[in-house]
Ligand binder design. Sequence first.
Ligand code: KIV
Ligand code: ZN
Length: 507
Amino acid sequence: MTRKIAILDTTLRDGEQSPGCFMDADEKLQVARELLRLKVDAIEAGFPASSPGDFESVQRIAELVGDRAVVVALARATERDIDAAADSLSHAARPRIHTGLGVSPSHLRDKLRISPDECVERAARCVRYARNLCDDVQFYAEDAGRSDYRFLARVIEAAIKAGATVVNIPDTTGYSLPEEFGRRIRYLMGHVEGIDEVKLSVHCHNDLGLATALSLAGVQAGATQLECTINGLGERAGNCAMEEVVMALRVHGEELDACTGVDPREFTRASRLVSSITGMQVQANKAIVGANAFAHSSGIHQDGVLKNRETYEIIRPEEVGAGESQLVLSARSGHAALRRRLEDMGYTFDDATTEVLYQRFLEIADHKKEVYDRDLESLVNENAREVEALYTLEALQVSCGFPLTPTATLTLRDEQGHKHTVCEYGSGPIDAAYKAVDAIVGVNSDLNEFMVKAVSRGIDALGEVTVRVTGPDGRIFIGRGSDYDIITSSTKAYLNALNRMIAAARK
Ligand code: KIV
Ligand code: ZN
């Protein structure tokens, strides 16, 4: 029987801790829902000791997930961290504490400043402590990719003897070559007593662009769990991308004698969701989920594909959810059609939210002949944010052109329902609108990044704007807005980022 490889997703922990990828608790829940649709085996929900916000997110994700997946909380090898992880998981149906410490010479000498013997002793101690609080304990040997084979085997054996149920061998710095990493896993399989009794996990970073190859080498050598993230988010160059490693296992499952339980039809949606929440754009030529992943542009390729897709395609776009639905909505579509389409896309909402979405849908459909899935996704994502809006855009009028001075007259409604109207001029219409927002909201911020893209095809496509704004304390906030008018989407995006900044400051 083909070996089933467990998939542990760490988008919400390793992915979220990378610069500029902050997600608030509601956004993490949105991603967790998508991970459930993907049918991952385990969700690493956060690092509870790092902040009250992370603690609360792990709690809320555990409630949402129920028994549909294992919920994992990270903890360094200290009692305080492990206690926080255990507390955050107290209502989880299938909790797992993930604890560990560095094992490479540089981690021992320069970071932890402990001897090899102390490291072995600490590894056993933290696992034992965690096992008193939780039946499922995963031990990580940080920077295992640069550690001594024999020493690594010693630490892993101590962790297993102390009660670890999963052992994680990370290539934390993405240093290894695939063949060597496979040899390391094989060595552990042959030299660690009890290793057959536990899950053997690999967690590979992408510093040399090898994360997927390293993970596959790990599976070939005997690993039974893969750690990965959507779009390969993660520290520095990121982690192994789930969509890549899972599809490689589908295409080469027989040779590798391995499969996963992940539903690949969710990959495109998951990728877009994570990209829109974090503001991290996916490069067009990214494997599986990039905009060009299934585009054939040269004449020779197009000729081949027209004769038989298999000439240049190893994966059908529909397999990863990249095929657009044939059911295109328009202004004539009713509530039922919208609700049905959203359900097919995996979204369910209560009646009140569906009504809000429907009204927004009609506004868009009035301006566009056809409303595509991408438009609906954008609408759903924007709506989820608008619910918590402290200031909402009521009206915007801009005048610009040559040789006019760009001017914006803008009305915002605050949370008490009061309307504020100002008129500002700027170097362009967006600058003028942003100055008007600043004049009303009155917070100190820096706009660092501004991206605009068409959500779907056609001249009448919705324009989606993503901005990154830095607050007075250096924290980065992402804002997104979409509309058929890009000055309106730009203003909504900016307002969205400022609303989040104000909400964070209040917390
Ligand atoms: O890369 C790494 O080593 C990690 C551990 C905390 C598992 O993320
Ligand atoms: Zn990592």
